[in-house]
Write a protein that binds this ligand. Structure first.
Ligand SMILES: [Zn+2]
Length: 399
């Protein structure tokens, strides 16, 4: 792992995609573009996303998820036994059709994004999920690299659609066995290739606690969770821990937010992370990457023994956060955590769903710059303080 400065600045993953790439993504889904042609366009987009991050001064970069249509459905291209199902196909198979449609209408859901990666056969890696993304980025930057992967609980919930999956996997627990195996295979390959940070995305965990087991988000809308959210959370904890077991030599993180599909904040879930605390404490990752720039996230979670990827800018708003405000937010976190455990990041990606970027390139870039400026202010202060602390600690009478 490459060294990082104090208060490292990172992103959660996705970055707005250029028009040419959006066209290429669409044509790829329709089989109208060759792999080489798509790679040429996507490579250029990744390099531009990298340039934006590097010139803003981001310490831990990603490839902006430019090659992915969204943060989890892209696995359909990489896994055998998985097929993208359109909204119309999903409506055909789900039992609660009225409920499914209601969710889509009330939550301002981008209908085009419902391309659910559905399990239709035994799953296995046909090609790496993200190793190719990492290798390309590594050739073009010396900075530490973060690679986001969909978490095992999210993938299991999304992929197991009873009506079409049960012929191969009678229950979602059966499917989860193979999801864990596939993610372990990928995570170890990434670690061996030298990735600095693997982030697992599990946004559905908040849905479990804020909706009392009533599915309310579009993700996994077709799927029945157990009635008891506690049981479901235990299931999620066990899956994540099995994926990361023995995965040493790479920083691991878990990103949990409340949805990032609309700029209408009122349609997104709301509530503090507190009900998740007992579960998060038992998840064996080094860092929790959480949203805190939005008031919907409530007060800071007293998370001990882990790093916090502190959300300090809202990817969905047009206003660029003031540097002093970001510094102030970090100071609040410093009441709970030592400086070396705090990373700065946006609440979520800037382009979670390719066709609905949450912000313009210009505003997204300004938000990155604001985080970097805040980190510079904090480093100046805390690097000095830690020096003073070391000196003071060496004097007799000072503990
Ligand atoms: Zn998110």
């Amino acid at each position: 792992m490459k060294p990082l400065p104090l208060f490292p600045v990172s992103t959660v993953g996705s970055w707005p995609r250029p028009q040419e790439l959006l066209r290429a993504l669409r044509r790829k889904q329709q089989g109208q573009v060759t792999a080489e042609e798509f790679s040429r366009i996507a490579d250029a987009a990744v390099l531009e996303a990298l340039r934006c991050q590097e010139s803003a001064g981001i310490d831990l970069v990603t490839d902006g998820e430019q090659r992915r249509d969204n943060f989890y459905s892209f696995v359909a291209e990489k896994l055998d036994g998985v097929r993208l199902m359109s909204l119309a196909e999903m409506l055909d198979v789900v039992e609660d059709k009225a409920g499914f449609e209601r969710i889509l209408q009330t939550l301002d859901v981008p209908a085009f994004s419902i391309q659910n990666p559905t399990c239709v056969g035994r799953i296995s890696l046909r090609e790496p999920l993200a190793l190719d993304e990492y290798c390309f980025l590594r050739q073009h930057t010396n900075r530490p690299i973060k690679v986001p992967l969909p978490g095992p609980y999210l993938l299991t919930r999304a992929m197991w659609v009873k009506e079409v999956s049960r012929a191969v996997y009678p229950s979602k627990e059966d499917l989860a066995e193979d999801v864990v195996a596939v993610l372990r295979q990928e995570a170890f390959a990434l670690r061996d290739a030298g990735v600095d940070f693997i982030q697992f995305d599990e946004p559905v965990l908040t849905e479990l606690v804020f909706t009392q087991g009533q599915t309310r988000t579009f993700m996994c809308a077709a799927l029945a969770a157990r009635k008891d959210p506690a049981e479901e959370l235990e299931f999620a904890v066990a899956l994540i821990n099995r994926v990361v077991a023995g995965l040493d030599g790479v920083r691991t993180g878990l990103h949990i937010c409340r949805g990032n599909w609309s700029q209408r904040e009122e349609t997104l879930l709301s509530g503090s992370y507190h009900p998740l605390l007992p579960y998060l404490a038992r998840i064996n990752v080094q860092q929790l990457v959480l949203e805190y720039a939005t008031p919907r996230a409530g007060e800071l979670l007293p998370v001990t023994g882990k790093e916090l990827g502190l959300g300090v800018v809202n990817p969905r708003t047009a206003d660029v956060e003031a540097v002093e405000g970001i510094v102030e937010r970090v100071r609040e976190a410093l009441r709970l955590l030592p400086p070396e455990n705090i990373f700065l990041n946006p609440d979520c990606g800037f382009g979670t769903f390719s066709r609905r970027p949450m912000n313009s390139l210009e505003i997204a870039t300004k938000k990155l710059e604001a985080m970097v400026e805040a980190a510079t202010v904090l480093r100046r202060e805390f690097q000095d303080t830690s020096t003073v602390r070391r000196v003071a600690g060496a004097l007799p009478g000072n503990g």
